[in-house]
Each structure stands twice: as C-alpha cells, then as structure tokens.
Design a protein around this ligand. Structure first.
Ligand SMILES: Nc1ncnc2c1ncn2[C@@H]1O[C@H](COP(=O)(O)OP(=O)(O)OP(=O)(O)O)[C@@H](O)[C@H]1O
Length: 620
C-alpha cells in the first residue's frame, strides 16, 4: 500500500484537514458524445467530437468555451452523470475505466443549478450530507468540525443557521446557495472534484474567495484533481488555473497551460486573432471569451479545432498523455496506481454508509423537519379529519341499526370509508415528483440507494398515516356505533391508505411531470370505484370486466369492512336476502381480504422501487 495515500495530513496550512487521499489523474481519449435532439427526435446531436486530454492532480483545470459549447456535457460524461445518449472513446481514472460506484463514492460534483433541501438550514444541509457520505467510523464531532471548517472557508457563517428556502419562500441568497452547493461537494474530500460554473451568481469578491478556497485543495498534501467549467472568470480567478481546455461546438480548440501560454497560442497559431493588449484594464479571460465566442458565431469552430489538431501543442499533449504512467499523483509526477487506489477503483458498494444509517439520517433531517411543517401535515391530516367529522355527525348512532332500510346507508358509509384513503394517494405525488432533481443528484453523489430513499419516505408517510388513521377510525367507529371489530375497521383504513401512498409513489415515479401524475392518478382511482362491488355487484358486471374488480385493492378493503360489520348478524336486505349474500361476500374471511390488501401494498412498493430505479425522466 502506498504510504502517501494512507497518511493523515496535519499541515496547518491545509484549509481542509485531514485529507487521507490524493488526487487522481483523469484521462480521456477520442471522447465523443451523441444524443438525440429532444426538439427533433430524428436528429442526432454530436455534442462532443473526439475530445482528448487529461486532468492532472494538484492542478486546477478550467473548462472554457461559449455557452452551449459542451462544457457541462464533458463534465457530465467524465463524471458518469449522463443518463441519455451514447459515449464513445476512453475515459480512465488512474489508468482504469471508472465504475459508476467509484464515481459516486470518490468524485465530487457541484452542479450548475443548486439542488438543496429547502427546509434545512445551511449547517444542517452540510451535516446531513456529511452524515450520509462520511464513514460511520468517523465521530460526529469530527463531522461537525469538518462542516464548521467548510462553513468558515466558504464564508457561510452569517447564514449558517438560516433556512435555505425556495423561490416561493425566500431563504438564503443565490450566492450563499451556490456556496452551500460547493460545500456539499467538498464535505466528502473527493479525489476528483468537478465544478460546473462555481462562480456564477457570485460577486467578484466572493467568487475570488471561493476560487481561492478551491485552489488550496490542489496544493500541499491534498493534490486534488479539479476541473471547473467557467464562463467569465475574474482576472484573479483566471490566474489560479493551471491548465485550460477550450471547447467550441463540442470540439477541442485548445488544451494546454492557462494564462500567457493560452494567449500565445491563440495569437501565433490562429489567423485573424487580434493581439492581446497587456495593460491594466485588459483581462485575459475576457479576451479569450471574446475570441472564442466570435469564432463560434462566425462558424470558425471547425477551423479552430483543426488548427489545434495539427498543432505541435497537441502532439506534445498526446505525448505527455501517453508517456506518463497513469496513476496516483506523487511528488510532482504520476506514479503507478497504488493498491489503495486500485481498491477504490474496484469498489462495488455505491454508498459509504449502511442502509440503516442512511434511513436514520434521512428521517432525522428530512422527515423530522416535515412533521413540524403545517404545509406537510395539513394535506395529510386535516382534509381527512374533516371528512371523518362529517361521517360521524351524519351516521351518529345508526351503525348498529340493521333495519333493511338502513343497511344500504351502512354499506355506503363503509364504501366511503374504504375508498377515501385510496383517493388520498394524490397527496403523496408532489413530494416525489418535485424533489426529483434533488433525488437524482443525491443518488449520483452516492448518498443512498433507491430502496433506502423509498423506505425512509415510506416510513415517514406510514407514521403520519398510522397516527391519523387511529384517530380517524375512533372518531367514526364509536360514535356511529359500527359493529364488528374496531381493529379491523382501523386496519382496513390504514392498509388502504398505505396502498395509496405506494400507489402515489409509483405513479409519481412513472410520470414525467406533476401534470401527468395529477391527471393519471385520479383517472385510475376513479375507474376503480365502479369495480368495488358496491355501486355494481361483481356478479352483475359483464364477464369481460369482472377481472378488473379482482385487481382492485379497494374491493378487498370494502369486502373486509362489510364482513366485519355484518357477519353473524343475519342482516336481511330489501327483497329478503341476507346482505352479505346479496353482495356475494358471505363466504369470505375478512382477514384474508386484508391479506390481499397487504399483497397490493408489497407489489406496489416493489413497482415504485423499480420505476424509481429504471425509469429515467432526465435526458441529461
Ligand atoms: N438532448 C438534447 N437535445 C437537444 N439539445 C441538447 C441536448 N442535450 C444537450 N443539448 C444542447 O447541447 C449544447 C451543449 O450543452 P452544455 O450544457 O454542455 O453547454 P455548456 O457549454 O455547458 O453551456 P453553458 O455555458 O450555457 O452552461 C447546448 O446547446 C444544449 O442545449
């Protein structure tokens, strides 16, 4: 094992301590990326075209180019975050093709658009990430210390205890959110750090400060590999970059040293490029941006790319890329990958912390906060409570009245009791659809597995549903003097509610957006209402529709409630028929009906998990 890699550093000049790992060389050769045009499915876009280069440890590499030139695409391809399109060419981390689990665990990626949990404070957001991404062997004090350090480094102290907020409920500023986003990537001490527009939305002073912090990660013992897309850096930020990649329409037009060397290259190799006037008012970054943007608009991208492809610089870069041993950075040169690096590269577990820990952390930070939020509790409790009060007052004391004329009233109430929690499924859709970008980012960051996320969300909702259903069932059952076991009356409600939750999750995971989910779920549940067996008896349904009633979870809930209420009561319906016989429910066991409901719950839970895992909505 390479001692350099296992050493815990304590250099006081290090801004983030202790880092146990070093950066890793990232190479890419003839990298191309094609994707179907979302606006015109027949067209294939060539967003990256034969891009070759490397990102060295201990160096900050800038990825520049006009808007739409493919910077984020290259970053996404390298970080394994593309969910659509096809990639050709080679990517190697320390000489090996990276696995998705390695990328999740050992790279950090601060995306261009912030994906934060809006009801957490800045400190909580960072602690939440630290607890999910740092090993459980690290003490909470160490994690807290690390978070405090990052807060100080990113000048987040004044807002550390402020809620992040969202567009509707203002919290921290855009710049503070950006820095929190960067903090999330830093909290885990990644070996490679990808930053997409780390300074966008920041004033020049803060952006310089942020870039200084990031630069320090490449220095001293950390030697982190850093690649940042950058639009219009300040002169100070620009000077911090060691290497520069410039893309024009997905082609590489420059890869080499940043700063004066870049200017020399453009002035000497390319025709019609104005000289850079070195005076106090001129910013080299701005000069490069102007030249490349103009070339892009004048249709000179290919000419620039061809010039680079034929240049001496390109040959030298290729030589360096092929000649250097590929591996971990060591003493200014690249050495063969150590055993520790190889172990990391072959890691099979996509998350650092075990599932139980992740569930506990998700419940602690995300769900714990929800319970105190009226916007969360309101739609889950108050509407149902109001309906229960309505039911109680409407049916006060008549649940034990078995007069033939009252039997239909009781059956109708039990029907409503069975179907209403199914309709509640709609309540659970937004939480999954609206936090999809956050879920995708956190999954890509290796914070948790799909099953962990789903289980934590479900536990939260089941808890609310459990407490609610216990209260609601008491409010309706006892004052209305319903018969049979209260336990079943309550369980049937809670089971249907639980099925509603997983049904909501399944529809949310399958739907591309909230509109589709909101339209499809009521349509589906609405269709089930006809097939419960109450509005139309199952035996009166046309033969070709009867199958649908057997696949209807509401039917089992209502059936169980009916048997519970009427079994052994000899309740004679109008026309002289026993009511359970009339509805063909006389030979059924109420607990077997509940077991069927439970089977629906399990089936829909697995379907939700599969949909969340395999159904891709972002064509990133
Ligand atoms: N599936 C797609 N269908 C159509 N266009 C796409 C698709 N994916 C990416 N693009 C386009 O590819 C181009 C490159 O996108 P990319 O985000 O990499 O650019 P960028 O250089 O990072 O731009 P910016 O600096 O504005 O963030 C953009 O014009 C983008 O709209």
């Amino acid at each position: 094992m390479d001692p350099e890699e296992t050493k815990s550093f304590s250099n006081p000049s290090s801004p983030l301590k202790p880092y146990k790992r070093k950066g890793m060389k990232v190479t890419f050769k003839d990298l191309s990326y094609d994707v179907q045009n979302t606006a015109n499915k027949k067209e294939t876009l060539h967003l990256l075209q034969s891009v070759t280069g490397f990102i060295a440890p201990g160096e900050m590499t800038a990825l520049m180019g006009p808007s739409g030139s493919g910077k984020t695409t290259l970053l996404d391809v390298l970080a394994g975050r593309k969910t659509a399109g096809s990639t050709t060419g080679n990517i190697a981390f320390a000489g090996q093709a990276p696995t998705i689990t390695f990328l999740r665990r050992y790279t950090g990626y601060a995306e261009q658009f912030d994906t934060l949990v809006d009801n957490l404070t800045v400190r909580e957001m960072l602690m939440y990430t630290a607890e999910l991404k740092l090993p459980t062997s690290q003490s909470m004090d160490e994690k807290r210390e690390r978070v405090t350090h990052i807060i100080e480094l990113l000048a987040l102290l004044p807002c550390q205890n402020r809620r992040i907020g969202n567009a509707m409920q203002r919290g921290i500023s855009g710049g503070q959110a950006k820095r929190t986003n960067i903090g999330i990537a830093l909290v885990t001490s990644p070996r490679i750090l990808f930053l997409d527009e780390p300074t966008s939305g920041l004033d020049s002073f803060t952006s310089n400060e942020v870039m200084d912090v990031i630069k320090t990660l490449t220095k001293t013992q950390d030697s982190m590999t850093i690649c940042a897309t950058i639009h219009s850096p300040t002169a100070h930020a620009f000077a911090l970059f060691g290497k520069m990649i410039i893309l024009l329409q997905g082609r590489m037009v420059y890869f080499g040293d940043a700063g004066d060397r870049t200017i020399d290259y453009f002035e000497k190799e390319l025709a019609d490029v104005p000289q850079f006037e070195k005076n106090a008012g001129n910013n080299a970054a701005e000069w490069i941006v102007n030249i490349t943007t103009k070339a892009d608009r004048d249709g000179k991208s290919k000419a620039f790319a061809d010039t680079y492809a034929a240049s001496v610089l390109k040959s030298k870069n290729d030589e360096e890329q092929d000649g250097l041993a590929i591996g971990a950075f060591k003493g200014g040169k690249c050495a063969r990958a150590s055993m520790a690096t190889l172990k990391e590269l072959s890691v099979t577990e996509g998350t650092v912390t075990p599932a139980w820990w992740a569930i506990k952390t998700l419940l602690k930070y995300r769900m714990g906060r929800d319970f105190c939020d009226a916007k969360f509790i309101g739609p889950r409790v108050f509407d149902k409570f109001t309906v229960c009060i309505l039911m109680m007052t409407l049916y006060w004391g008549i649940g034990n009245d078995y007069k033939p004329t009252n039997l239909i009233n009781i059956s109708a109430l039990l029907y409503m009791w069975a179907i209403l929690p199914g309709f509640a499924a709609l309540t659970y859709v937004p939480s999954l659809v609206l936090e999809r970008p956050l879920f995708i980012r956190e999954r890509s960051d290796g914070l948790y597995k799909v099953i962990t996320y789903l289980t934590a969300k479900l536990l939260e909702e089941l808890t609310v549903a459990l407490i609610g259903s216990l209260i609601f069932s008491c409010v309706v059952f006892f004052p209305s003097k319903f018969q049979g076991q209260w336990l079943l009356f309550w369980l049937a409600y809670w089971c249907t509610m639980s099925i509603g939750i997983v049904l909501g999750y399944f529809i949310a995971a399958m739907s591309p957006n909230l509109d589709v989910a909101n339209a499809s779920l009521p349509a589906y549940v609405g269709s089930l209402l006809f097939f419960v067996g109450c509005l139309l008896r199952v035996k009166d349904m046309p033969g070709y529709w009867r199958w649908y009633s057997y696949l209807n979870f509401l039917r089992y809930g209502w059936g169980a409630l009916m048997v519970n209420q009427f079994e052994g009561k000899n309740a004679i319906f109008l026309g002289g028929e026993e009511i359970l016989h009339y509805y063909s429910l006389d030979n059924f066991n109420k607990w077997a009906f509940l077991a069927c409901e439970f089977a629906f719950f399990v089936g829909l839970f697995l379907a939700s998990w599969a949909a969340l895992t395999f159904r891709r909505h972002s064509s990133r």
